[in-house]
Ligand binder design. Structure first.
Ligand code: DLL
Length: 441
């Protein structure tokens, strides 16, 4: 029995994780057909788009036919604000979440009781995949509220029978105090917020390596292998990548197992495809493109072929854990976060990778793009370690050169690198904001 509840914890390892492929495809297809029928019957937009293609739910004969279905994009959700895409009557919806996005109205998603159970199960499987179990003390520093991170991780943590500390984001001093006093073993937050926690722990005289903390469940924003190395070297934890998005469910669409080989997609619930973002042609496993996801079980708000804008590849290469679920490669970029500087395409994650290759810097940086006399300019501000900061001017100039060179070798662009003192750049409590594009202001 779990400690705080009358209900027993959910079974963490799902048979679905290890299903032979032929069986998995059968399960997916049965679910797809039912879901498409429901969407066709109850959502005007899906019916209209399928009618335009002269496609009926019964025309789907196997998983391969998924490519006949129309895509859904973020503006469809925005245009349907707030309840236009609900496939269930409002009285069956037990929860809403919303994501603010950058402009205009938020996108809203609804969940039935069964949807919440499926999502909880996906999060239970996520925790189980990275070795979290009943008896763990999970500090949940994802934001609670309309953002899916807090409640999504919370239900999964309770579901697996752990004790949850529902602290939400921010309040960093208190986070460190509770982590120490409660014997926290697992932390859930964005990787950028964890860096902030690491830094504040040092300032408060707390050595995270002395605490029972052993696992980090990090996601909601892009992060690099270099960042994982820095986090693991500075603590005694193993850092795992969790992926998800509001439109599909929230966290728990995909999660890394203990082998840290990239997040396994819970394919029996969320069917992945990769398409060419320009032509929208399907691409084979192993090829990079835009991730498209279809919910197979969602009742209140099914999503058909949702274009995530996240660029990755799906791999079916075997993982030592034995899961038959395919994996996504680390998501380093979105098709809509590309900066074009003097005609060169640049992704913020390339800058992170370049900076972390060089000794003497901290993983806190900001990218500032501007236009002067008609020419694009790129400045990268990066914090340096205390030791490096107290170095001679000559040594700092050398460091600056090494950083500019590292960035140039990855991006082809030579930036102005500005070294700043430790703790100068703004810290995030949720998703980090790395880019300031003054050309748009
Ligand atoms: O960020 C859900 C979530 C909460 C995921 C907690 C993981 C942990 P949104 O706010 O809708 O939902 O943002 C979704 O964030 O399309 C990606 O661009 C990005 N993202 C999420 N997880 C990762 C990750 C939540 N592990 C958008 N790596 C997605 C890279 C990620 N990017």
């Amino acid at each position: 029995m779990s400690k705080n509840h009358d209900i027993p914890p959910m079974h963490p390892a799902s048979a679905m994780d290890f299903l032979p492929l032929a069986q998995l495809r059968d399960v997916q297809f049965i679910r797809l057909r039912d879901m498409v029928q429901r969407a066709y019957d109850h959502v005007a937009l899906f019916r209209q788009r399928m009618d335009e293609r002269k496609l009926k739910p019964a025309d789907l004969r196997s998983m391969d036919d998924i490519v006949k279905l129309p895509f859904t994009v973020k503006s469809d959700l925005r245009d349907a604000y707030p309840f236009g895409l609900l496939a269930s009557p409002l009285q069956d919806v037990v929860r809403f979440h919303a994501s603010s996005g950058t402009t205009g109205k938020p996108i809203v998603v609804g969940y039935t009781r069964e949807d919440i159970q499926d999502w909880t199960q996906a999060m239970v499987r996520s925790f189980a995949a990275c070795g979290v179990h009943a008896g763990d003390v999970i500090q949940n520093a994802y934001g609670y509220g309309l953002f899916t991170g807090g409640l999504g991780a919370h239900y999964g943590a309770e579901g697996i029978g752990a004790s949850v500390v529902p602290i939400s984001g921010g309040n960093t001093e208190r986070q460190i105090m509770l982590m120490k006093d409660f014997g926290v073993t697992v932390i859930c937050c964005t990787p950028s917020y964890f860096l902030h926690l690491m830094e504040r722990a040092v300032e408060s005289g707390v050595n995270l390596k002395d605490l029972p903390l052993r696992t980090g469940v990090f996601g909601a924003e892009p992060w690099t292998e270099g960042m994982r190395e820095r986090i693991e070297a500075g603590t005694a934890i193993r850092a795992y990548d969790i992926y998800g998005l509001t439109e599909i469910v929230g966290p728990g669409v995909a999660m890394e197992c203990v082998h840290q080989t990239g997040p396994h997609i819970f394919e029996d619930l969320f069917y992945p495809e990769i398409v060419d973002p320009e032509t929208l042609e399907p691409l084979p496993d192993g090829t990079e493109g835009e991730l498209v996801l279809t919910t197979l079980c969602k009742r209140a708000m099914p999503m058909i072929r949702y274009r995530t804008r996240d660029i990755t590849a799906v791999t079916s290469a075997k993982c030592p854990c034995g899961r038959t679920l395919r994996r996504i490669c680390r998501i380093g970029r979105r098709s809509d976060d590309m900066l074009i500087i003097r005609g060169v395409n640049l992704f913020p994650s390339q800058i992170e990778a370049a900076l972390l290759r060089v000794e003497g810097t901290l993983p806190h940086y900001q990218i500032i793009v501007d236009r002067q006399k008609g020419l694009d300019t790129l400045e990268v501000q990066v914090e340096v370690t205390n030791e490096a900061f107290s170095d001679t001017v000559g040594a700092l100039e050398q460091l600056q050169k090494r950083l500019a060179h590292s960035i140039e070798s990855i991006t082809g662009l030579r930036p102005a690198v500005k070294l700043v003192a430790p703790r100068t750049l703004q810290r995030s409590e949720g998703k980090a904001k790395r880019v300031m594009d003054k050309r748009l202001m």
